[in-house]
Unconditional design. Structure first.
Length: 193
């Protein structure tokens, strides 16, 4: 093998290793690797229409946005109430309305009884998006420090909850609703400025 080709291949391999380290350190996906499972899905689901797969690909970025936002909000709720009341905040009836607490714990128990891997042991992870909004507004003494207006937060959470439906239940978002999602996410973070 030609020496210049060997040097080129070695350099490429070193660059690949450096990029692997960057991706791992910064928790990034630079899109350099073929997604494991993408080809496998085609093998397992050949009966799924191409149009549905195309819709799924179109909806994937919206799901990613909503997933990330909802996880951010859950973390804000948990961290803020723990900072305020300590680790036992979930058990404080002044912090979590009893209906929400009971419903979340019931959902956790129901999932536990199915025998599947439990997604979480934290009852807050079993709250609906609407319930997260209720927890925030019913604890405005804590969350008022983060947001400019309680009424605006209620409106934004209601808009986001409406947009969540098509995202979570596999229907396309209309073009206007894609714009509304972007604006609602911006509104959420603008409230926190």
């Amino acid at each position: 093998m030609d020496d210049s080709l060997k040097i080129f291949l070695m350099t490429a391999q070193l660059i690949e290793e450096d990029l692997d380290e960057v991706e791992q350190t910064l928790a990034l996906d630079l899109g350099r690797k073929r997604k494991a499972g993408a080809g496998e899905a085609a093998d397992y689901y050949p009966q799924i229409e191409h149009a549905f797969r195309a819709e799924a690909k179109e909806m994937a970025p919206h799901y990613e946005v909503f997933y990330s936002l909802e996880r951010t909000i859950r973390t804000l709720v948990a961290d803020s109430l723990e900072a305020s009341d300590g680790a036992g905040w979930w058990l404080n009836p002044d912090r979590v309305p009893s209906k929400i607490k009971d419903d979340c714990e019931s959902r956790l128990k129901k999932e536990e009884d199915t025998g599947v891997t439990l997604r979480s042991e934290d009852p807050l992870d079993f709250s609906t998006f609407g319930e997260l909004g209720q927890i925030i507004t019913s604890n405005w003494d804590v969350f008022g420090a983060f947001f400019k207006s309680e009424k605006a937060v209620i409106r934004i959470m209601a808009n986001l909850n409406t947009l969540r439906g098509p995202i979570a239940h596999c229907t396309l978002l209309a073009e206007d609703e894609v714009v509304r999602l972007r604006l609602s996410v911006r509104d959420w973070f603008r409230q926190m400025e």
